[in-house]
Design a protein. Sequence first.
Length: 186
Amino acid sequence: MNWKDIAGVVGKIAPAVGTMIGGPVGAIVGQGLSMALGVENKPDAVAEALKSDPEALVKIKQYEIDHKYDLQKLQLKSAQQELDDVKDARNRQNEHEKATGESDINLYVLAWTIVIGFFGLIGVMMFVSIPEASNNIIYMLFGTLGAGFGSVMQYFFGSSRGSKQKTLMLGRKINNKIPPAEEVKM
């Protein structure tokens, strides 16, 4: 069992904690939940406490209320790390181009392979009858190509304006500031 396995149950009573425990900072939030419930820092122990302790959900909700500010900071830090990762990848490409005077062809070959594969598989799924025995493999391939396609789009086109607005608003909310109206307009 891992932290994602208990995210749904936790999320019903404490949505912020449930979302975060199922994400990249799940282990950190899980440690806080373990301490709040007074159990060992393991997903199995928290799951058992949820089943056996009638007060567990109340303790989890109290944990969310007591640590709301810390949870928001952690969520913002996680988002910042993801953005920094994309930024680092772009900087690597820029540095390569400055050093060699040429674009890294491998980057574009890989990106086009993923994009063509994604849309090619959509075409195959629409117009070709897939044998029942191959469904799981095709769906797994489609999920992988879909995630890769999303990564290619994110790398080349960056975050959407709406996402930037949301990050700005989250940062302001954490600092108990209301953003000026001109910063929130879509």
